[in-house]
Design a binder for this molecule. Structure first.
Ligand code: ATP
Ligand code: MG
Length: 351
């Protein structure tokens, strides 16, 4: 009985990195009908750990993220979509899990280290931000989720959650389930770089193509993408390594795209070989990438525009999802407190 949990921070609209890294997979998992339960969380409380001074950003992006989910095919009838802050049981779990983790263990988390640097926190790291891997363990364990579809940056979080589960189950009683990360099959998808090629595509870095971007914005962004800086003239040999245009092609391109948009080549290997040999301009490759992205994103954008006409309905679905999720988290918290022996009033051995 596999249970899935994933989520996103409502710090902006969702982008191509989310789509290939996690969202597409979630929709496939949902539609396969093979999973007992699927939970998708809008992680607003986690978003506040580095946006406490910008509540409106987080507030306003709740419905944006929900629209992105549903436009991509997540269906609230099949998937429990909920808002993290509406489940207070998650905070309680975190409070107990905090005792199972050392400060030095948190300091070693490579993703947190990297994010601290990217956000320029230096010594002023909010405590909530520093401890968010623990709160993520609460999110996962509250639903007894065993499969967590994520991008590569989340692997240290899942490892941290596994350690917490093992400590808890050993110290108290075996009530928690150890989660496993599920990475995209295509390794280019597990860490899609930004348009600048410098870091991963990330809402906080503003280097994204968003699922809701207009056709014109997508075109402009693709045209402005970083490529191989040594490929100055068409005839120069080009590099495909660390060239985000080719990474995006690796993530999105299928052979049939060549027949449809660039019939001079059979497949991506041929295109890459030509670029590496020299004689293929960046403009041609970008034009091809643009066609592929337009083709993939158009139906999503159109569904999104339809759904956006009734935001009341989106919030009604989120409310229902949050109520259902809360019941499950409350049951787990009850078991956790029982295992720890702190459910005093329901414990007959104390009377
Ligand atoms: P923020 O900058 O606010 O942290 P983000 O763009 O990193 O936002 P998250 O909400 O933190 O997005 O991540 C949600 C999920 O999407 C995670 O599973 C994460 O691994 C995945 N993800 C995020 N960015 C990428 C990316 N560039 N490539 C692949 N997966 C990604
Ligand atoms: Mg992130």
């Amino acid at each position: 009985m596999d249970v899935i949990l994933t989520g996103d921070r409502p710090t902006g609209r969702l982008h191509l990195g989310h789509y290939v890294g996690s969202l597409k997979r979630r929709v496939e998992m949902q539609n396969s009908g093979k999973y007992h339960n699927i939970y998708v969380m809008i992680a607003d409380a986690q978003a506040l750990t580095d946006n406490a001074d910008d509540i409106n950003k987080v507030r306003n992006n709740i419905s944006e993220v929900a629209l992105d989910y549903m436009a991509c095919g997540l269906d609230p009838k099949k998937t429990t979509i909920f808002i993290q802050s509406q489940i207070p049981e998650l905070c309680e779990l975190s409070f107990y899990y905090m005792n199972l983790v050392t400060v030095s263990r948190l300091q070693r988390n490579p993703t947190v280290k990297n994010e601290i640097q990217l956000r320029g926190f230096k010594q002023s790291i909010p405590v909530g931000f520093f401890t968010y891997p623990i709160s993520q363990a609460s999110d996962i364990t509250a639903f007894k989720a065993n499969l967590i579809p994520v991008g590569e940056d989340q692997l240290p979080m899942i490892e941290q959650a596994r350690e917490i589960v093992r400590s808890f189950n050993t110290l108290y009683k075996k009530v928690l389930v150890e989660p496993t990360a599920v990475l995209p099959e295509n390794s280019y998808c597990s860490r899609l770089p930004g348009l600048d090629g410098a870091a991963k595509m990330s809402k906080s870095l503003g280097n994204c193509i968003y699922l809701a971007d207009s056709a014109n914005d997508i075109k402009k962004k693709v045209q402005s993408m970083f490529t191989d800086p040594t490929h100055l003239h068409v005839e120069d040999p080009g590099h495909i390594e660390n060239n985000p245009v080719f990474t995006y092609l690796d993530a999105f391109c299928r052979d049939e795209h060549f027949q449809a948009f660039l019939p001079a080549y059979q497949n991506l290997d041929e295109l890459k070989a030509h670029y590496q040999r020299g004689g293929l301009g960046d403009g041609t490759v970008k034009k091809f990438l643009n066609e592929i992205l337009q083709n993939e994103l158009k139906p999503i954008r159109e569904r999104r525009e339809e759904l956006a006409k009734d935001i009341g309905e989106i919030f009604a679905q989120l409310k229902k999802g949050s109520e259902n999720a809360r019941k499950v988290a409350a049951q787990t918290l009850h078991e956790v407190k029982g295992a720890m022996g702190i459910d005093y009033f329901g414990d007959s051995s104390l009377l």
